[in-house]
Design a protein around this ligand. Structure first.
Ligand code: KIV
Length: 258
């Protein structure tokens, strides 16, 4: 496990791009793993694309651990990262206690949202020997305070704050950092300013890797797709088609199910 973390830490120097996707259940995690993905994140985005909440602020620790256990059963090769939900890391001690619960549930590393503001929490986690992935830029757990999912790094002050966040999480021991909807030029500057890999989501192509919510990539949450996503499949349409075919053949008595 530590080897995987070292591998991804070193991928930047080797110029190898890191690939990361979300999974919240056994079959999806297994499919991603078997397809060769580097990192699987049990993201708190589960709240929106699986549990039907309005945003990620309603997700509980119990829900996250439940999904982490399920995903862990399907992973053999990828690095499994558990996403710490809001208000489960309000102090450094609480952050370590929560991180340990994710490790007990089968995660090999954890992630939380925050930069300079959470350097002490991150340091406590990494000092406890738990591999840590940072997350800066747009922080979905703060969507209500921020009034929406807004691009970060547009003003010089915001760009400076982001670079400070990136440096702080690197210093605190993170092995990588997610940059969420950061202006691509600023994401590139951050990528050049730190030695750990940046993993972008909606932050341009100059990051050291890319992460997406799998439901967005495969078109499994058709009611909303972020602007920066180009879906590679239309799974929702496949499901609708299969269901309609089943309804049709059942109602017309065309085909029995045994
Ligand atoms: O919860 C999540 O899926 C995430 C990714 C969007 C990075 O944090």
């Amino acid at each position: 496990m530590t080897n995987l973390v070292d591998k991804y830490r070193g991928s930047k120097a080797r110029g190898e791009k890191i690939t990361a996707l979300t999974a919240y259940d056994y079959p999806t995690a297994r499919l991603l793993d078997e397809s060769g993905i580097d990192i699987i994140l049990v993201g708190d985005s589960v709240g929106m694309v699986v549990l039907g909440y309005e945003d990620t602020t309603e997700v509980t620790l119990e829900e996250m651990l439940h999904h982490t256990r399920a995903a862990a059963r399907g992973v053999k090769n990828a690095l499994l990262v558990g996403d710490m939900p809001i208000h489960t890391f309000d102090s450094p001690d609480e952050a370590v206690a929560t991180a340990r619960k994710f490790i007990d549930a089968g995660a090999q590393a954890v992630k939380l949202e925050g930069g300079v503001s959470h350097a002490k929490h991150i340091e406590a986690i990494t000092r406890a020997g738990i591999p840590f992935m940072a997350h800066i830029g747009m922080l979905p757990q703060q969507v209500r305070e921020q009034g929406g999912y807004k691009v970060k790094g547009r003003s010089p002050a915001e760009a400076e704050a982001l670079i400070a966040d990136a440096r702080a999480v690197e210093k605190a021991g993170a092995f990588s950092v997610v940059l969420e909807i950061v202006v691509p030029d600023i994401a590139k500057q951050i990528t050049n300013a730190i030695s750990i890999p940046t993993i972008g989501i909606g932050s341009g192509e100059q990051c050291d890797g890319q992460i997406l919510v799998t439901h967005d990539l495969i078109g499994l949450f058709p009611w909303f797709t972020p602007k920066f996503v180009s879906p590679e499949a239309r799974v929702a349409d496949e499901i609708r088609g299969a269901v309609r075919a089943f309804i049709e053949r059942t109602r017309t008595g065309g085909l029995s199910n045994g």
